[in-house]
Design a protein around this ligand. Structure first.
Ligand SMILES: [Zn+2]
Length: 430
């Protein structure tokens, strides 16, 4: 049974394989939920089927919301629970039994839990510092994601000048430095040889961990904080954000290569297999993230110079307002490779309909619901004109939660522009 369902799903996928198609249609038809977001292009599924997760898609859209602080959502990626278990385990089974011999397991586990809590709080406060400085400089923060390799504060856009970049980048390491000084202070002033060895070994661990976080994050390569500092400095001296990003991401890749070499050395020469593998995994993640940082910078820069008319799709298939949703699905969504159709009534453009509009309607009502009833009506905020920049298009798309917008001039439909159209420009010469 499972095999049959899979073959059918792949057939539907192949039918929809062009990247303009959404996962939500796939879900609607097959009833399968995939772990990527609904707006991920179909290429996302193809990647999953070919087992090639991309970093960008992989770390986003998943996880469990923990709490909000100052309007910033804090989300724990599923992979974060793995690192929590690893840290609690290594503290309770390794660190505490070795520095505090002769205690009970219950004591080791409670110390492990308490110390791990303060360790993750330290990571969180580091990200919170980046976020606060970002918000104070007028750049909203979407959310803070905790995951396998630490935390990420997802700022909503790249800083527009190197000084802001520098401030945001330095905020995290400064906080880690302050925490390290506090914990070392406690260890040195109150700890040494004056009883309370349990508390002292906990503080010692936190002091070492925050010192490590500080120096690791200051390594001068993207996506680490030190890489952002490097980028800001090159940006300030050359005036080119793109060039600065390129150099800082190359530095990030070089650091990743060195880390992989050190990891291999640990495994082969020192027989430290777990530490070695761990280092190599982090390095591979950093390498991919360094690449992604550069691509994002290119897209960001392109978005202010490329116009909607340069990327839009001109051959637009239109839907009549009185068509039913069944017609829309059968004759349009499954037939053409477009996922959004302008709607016309008596020859006039009145709105547009995408799979998102259909997804609220029960499948049984598709036959007796008209396209007009679910479509999004045109307003001046959800249409683009051909001279708008890609930056505006992206802004409208994210504000409206839509991946596609129609391009209209003097009431006449000129084309349609999609996230895919914009992303396809990524590699184009600027
Ligand atoms: Zn940081």
């Amino acid at each position: 049974m499972a095999y049959k369902a899979r073959v059918r799903d792949i057939r539907i996928l192949l039918k929809m394989r062009r990247r303009k198609n959404d996962l939500s249609l796939f879900r609607r038809i097959t009833g399968h939920r995939l772990t990527l977001g609904d707006s991920e292009p179909i290429m996302g599924i193809m990647r999953i089927l070919r087992r090639e997760p991309s970093v960008a898609g992989f770390w986003r859209n998943r996880g469990i919301p923990l709490f909000s602080v100052m309007g910033i959502r804090v989300v724990a990626d599923y992979s974060w629970f793995l690192i929590v278990a690893l840290i609690v385990g290594s503290l309770s089974l390794g660190w505490f039994p070795s520095v505090l011999p002769g205690r009970s397991t219950v004591q080791y586990v409670s110390l492990g839990l308490i110390t791990a809590f303060f360790f993750f709080a330290s990571v969180f406060v580091h990200e919170l510092a980046h976020s606060l400085v970002s918000v104070l400089n007028g750049i909203p923060v979407r959310r803070i994601t905790l995951f396998l390799f630490g935390g990420v504060a997802e700022i909503s856009r790249e800083p527009s000048d190197p000084t802001t970049e520098l401030k945001i980048a330095m905020a995290g390491p400064i906080v880690s430095a302050v925490l390290a000084v506090i914990f070392w202070g406690i260890v040195i002033l109150f700890g040494l040889g004056r009883g309370r060895p349990a508390a002292q070994s906990s503080f010692l661990y936190l002091a070492v961990a925050n010192t490590f976080l500080l120096f690791f994050n200051l390594l001068p390569g993207l996506p680490l904080d030190g890489g952002r500092v490097l980028r800001a400095l090159i940006w300030r001296s050359t005036g080119s954000m793109r060039r600065a990003t390129y150099l800082a991401s190359m530095a990030g890749k070089a650091i990743a290569v060195i880390m992989i070499a050190v990891g291999l050395l640990l495994i082969l020469a020192a027989r430290q297999i777990i530490s070695g593998l761990w280092l190599i995994m982090i390095a591979m993640f950093l390498r991919q993230a360094a690449d992604a940082s550069y691509r994002r910078a290119v897209v960001n820069q392109a978005s202010h110079s490329i116009r909607v008319r340069d990327v839009m799709t001109r051959d637009v298939v239109v839907v009549q307002a009185d068509a039913t949703l069944s017609d829309l699905i059968e004759r349009y969504f499954l037939h053409y490779h477009f996922m959004c159709y302008p709607v016309v009534s008596a020859g006039r453009l009145t709105g547009y309909v995408s799979i998102k509009d259909v997804s609220h309607i029960d499948r049984n009502d598709w036959g007796n619901t008209s396209v007009e009833a679910v479509m999004t009506r045109l307003t001046s905020e959800n249409v683009l004109s051909p001279g708008d920049t890609i930056a505006r298009a992206v802004g409208v798309m994210s504000a409206r939660g839509r991946g596609r917008l129609v391009v209209v001039q003097d009431g006449e439909l000129l084309g349609i522009v999609t996230r895919g159209d914009i992303m396809n420009r990524e590699g184009a010469p600027l």
